[in-house]
Design a protein around this ligand. Structure first.
Ligand code: LIP
Length: 280
């Protein structure tokens, strides 16, 4: 099993690096921007091209494995996580950043068996930072070990979050209520990388003490969730319960003290789960 997991990790790193070259090349071209669920939920042909590159490459080596890919789901494929070996892919995490040439763009590849993430790879391709984790084997950036911060005082912390593409007035009110509550604690600062995966890498790296978001999808956070855990951090639902990668809500923190403090300040709202059947 260990050899198999390592071969998955090696392949994920190799294909993420190839995908990063495609993304960097595409930045030099005009990017045809399309929209999905709303006028601010962006997708480009590069997102679709990179996802197909990754899926085709994996299928050649692991023909029986399953996939959950952001753009495949957007095209109508189901988003159901089974016990089968499954690659959970966000071809470009930070698509809005990519469209605007904002320099934080990641390829995020998680791999799960029995619904547990065993490998996480996040390639911040404009920084050339390869974040990797295998369950039980630690988390690394370009081969250097990662460790979350040891901060336990929320008043001395930096928190990251994103506002996503949801512009529903009630959702926006909840997001800003959470932000106001957290800023007023006070905290040292709030940041947003524009990509869930890189926000989680920053937690794993110890330079952000916690990241939370309501609205993300499993492909945004599968790889980053393992990076945070393997760097010594914790995952929690925004209501303090057990984390659920398909629930569209997450807190990824350096420790439970910081996470539980955020739970008290976040105004949660519910969204259809990633694996909920589309309304008829
Ligand atoms: C993005 C996430 C981010 C969220 C954005 C978007 P994408 O992923 O990384 O956390 O706020 O709405 O979902 O769409 O760039 O792959």
């Amino acid at each position: 099993m260990a050899g198999f997991i390592q071969s998955v990790m090696d392949h994920a790193v190799s294909v993420a690096r190839k995908a990063g070259e495609v993304v960097r090349d595409a930045l030099r071209d005009d990017r045809k921007v399309m929209t999905k669920s709303s006028a601010v939920d962006l997708v480009t042909q590069t997102d679709e091209k990179v996802e197909q590159l990754i899926i085709q490459s994996v299928m050649e080596k692991f023909p029986k494995h399953r996939f959950i890919g952001e753009e495949s789901v957007a095209a109508g494929e189901s988003c159901v996580l089974t016990d089968e070996p499954t690659w959970i892919i966000d071809p470009i995490d930070g698509t809005t950043n990519f469209v605007h040439a904002f320099p934080l763009v990641a390829i995020s590849i998680g791999f799960s068996i029995n619904k547990q993430v065993e490998v996480g790879v996040v390639y911040s391709c404009l920084e050339d930072k390869m974040f990797t984790a295998r369950r039980g084997k630690g988390a690394f950036c370009n081969g250097q070990p990662l460790q979350v911060s040891d901060q336990t005082d929320i008043h001395h912390s930096i928190i990251s979050t994103e506002f996503g593409s949801n512009r529903d007035p009630e959702a926006v009110d909840k997001m800003f209520c959470s932000l106001r509550n957290i800023l007023s604690l006070p905290v040292h600062g709030v940041r947003g990388a524009g990509t869930a995966a890189i926000n989680m890498c920053l937690v794993a790296s110890g330079c952000v003490d916690a990241y939370y978001e309501v609205g993300i999808h499993v492909w945004d956070i599968a790889a980053g969730s393992l990076l945070v855990l393997e760097a010594g951090g914790v995952l929690m639902d925004v209501d303090g319960g057990e984390p659920d990668l398909l629930s569209r809500r997450i807190i990824a923190a350096n420790n439970r003290t910081i996470a539980e403090t955020l739970v008290k300040e976040i105004a949660p709202f519910r969204l259809p789960r990633d694996d909920s059947s589309p309304e008829k």
